[in-house]
Design a protein around this ligand. Structure first.
Ligand code: GUN
Ligand code: ZN
Length: 432
């Protein structure tokens, strides 16, 4: 059993995680009651306590995806373009289909199942501009008891007519969604202006007002992903000192803000993010596929910024946070910044929970947390079996998993102590 305990940027390596080769996780009423060495915990249990023997497997917390778009499942692996062209050619047409509730329902169910198949138990999710897209996703997540945060996209300019709202409809629909869904099951809301290119100043100001009026919701948007995008923001907001300043002017940079990408960001902007307590979502698969650039985790760490890990599906090409850990490592290699495997594991779990301000409930398996956890199979393929058999330490095993592993390694996914996905099990069982 393995979980992260602290940010390796700030804590001594030996305090950053805990591993028990022979461990015991005790779950009661959907929460973790104990996590530790089998030899210590087993004698404290009542004699009739049922114990599942998972010898040879690895138990970890569920993964947390700090940035993903559920309506973009069908544009994964689109060939040949960079961000602004990719949005116009692939993404906006796919998002138009979410005006249709039946389409949104089907896509939302597929999306939630794909998250669980990949061991992702929580995510911060973009819908489309259509209110109904978020209703479909919330219904699907509620039915599965997933801890998920989502929002309706705000977008009132520089987008196709069928994909825009207005300041007033954006406000009214966001407020209706907040009223109807916030706090139901394990759901949360994020006010979601797409990015500075597609919202007017009035709409950004409205988004800031919404966030101020509802202090428990998040703010979720994109920032400084691509050089052409950054130049466009400079043209649209000539009086702002940089991209972050646009969001700062409208009250959108708070401890509850998550900015996807932040690839091309100065120390000055990162320092302002840290001061505000806002988080960045590092999306390495997307940044490589869209040719956006190489995020510097080292720079973000040095500036003290909270960083989570995002798939950014469909810019990113996999739902797997294991795969993202490997992609983050490759980005680090291209920058000459080697990423420790336990740091990558922290990014995929506790760091995401911190970015989403959910670390009092999820992110690791400390007693009292919600029992969202995984059973990982380190021998899921012949090659993985061969390679992990030769790995001496848990760090080495995690590195091998991040490079060779994916959804095939997720043997089981539990949500609040209840089995929600079993790799070999076919239909989902009702209980553990
Ligand atoms: N910036 C604005 N919208 C998007 C999007 O849908 N995906 C990515 N990767 N970046 C964006
Ligand atoms: Zn995105």
């Amino acid at each position: 059993m393995l979980h992260a305990l602290a940010d390796p940027c700030q804590a001594a390596a030996e305090l950053a995680w805990a591993y028990h080769e022979d461990g015991l996780l005790v779950v009661e009423h959907g929460h973790v009651a104990a996590f530790g060495a089998y030899a210590e915990i087993a004698p404290t249990l009542a004699p009739d306590t049922p114990i599942a023997d998972l010898s040879g497997k690895l138990i970890t917390p569920g993964f947390v995806d700090a940035h993903i778009h559920y309506p973009q499942t069908d544009v994964i692996a689109a060939w040949g373009s960079q961000l602004l062209d990719w949005l116009n050619t692939h993404t906006f047409p796919a998002e138009q289909a979410f005006a249709d509730r039946a389409h949104a329902d089907e896509a939302a169910a597929f999306f939630c199942e794909e998250l669980l198949r990949n061991g992702t138990t929580s995510a911060l999710v973009f819908g489309t501009v259509h209110k109904t897209s978020v209703e479909a996703l919330f219904e699907a997540a509620l039915a599965r008891n997933m801890r998920l945060i989502a929002g309706k996209v705000l977008m009132d300019r520089n987008a196709p007519a069928g994909l825009t709202d207005t300041v007033e409809t954006g406000r009214a629909e966001s407020e209706a969604l907040i009223r109807a869904w916030r706090g139901r099951g394990r759901l949360g809301y994020a006010v979601t202006p797409r990015f500075a290119v597609t919202s007017s100043e009035a709409q950004l100001a409205m988004a800031g007002d919404l966030a101020a009026a509802h202090p428990d919701i998040l703010i979720h948007t994109h920032m400084s992903e691509n050089l052409d995008e950054i130049a466009r923001v400079g043209e649209l907001f000539p009086d702002c000192r940089d991209y972050l300043d646009v969001y700062q002017r409208y009250g959108l940079v708070t401890p509850r803000s998550v900015f996807a990408h932040c690839v091309h960001t100065t120390d000055d902007a990162l320092g302002r993010l840290r001061q505000a307590g806002a988080a960045a979502a590092f999306c390495p698969s997307s940044n490589l596929l869209l040719g956006s650039g190489l995020f510097s985790l080292k720079q973000a760490c040095a500036c003290g910024v909270s960083v989570g890990l995002g798939t950014d599906v469909g810019g990113g090409a996999s739902f797997s946070l294991l795969h993202m850990m490997g992609e983050a490592y490759k980005v680090g290699q291209l920058r000459g910044e080697v990423l420790d495997p336990m740091h990558a594991f922290y990014l995929a779990t506790l760091a995401g929970a911190r970015a989403l301000k959910l670390d009092d409930r999820i992110g690791n398996l400390e007693p009292g947390k919600e029992a969202d956890f995984l059973v990982l199979d380190l021998s899921a393929t012949p090659l993985l079996a061969r390679r992990t058999a030769g790995a001496r330490t848990i760090a080495e095993k995690m590195f091998v998993l991040s490079i060779l592993g994916d959804d095939r390694c997720i043997e089981r996914t539990y949500l609040a102590g209840v089995l929600a996905h079993r790799r070999d099990g076919g239909l989902r069982p009702a209980t553990a």
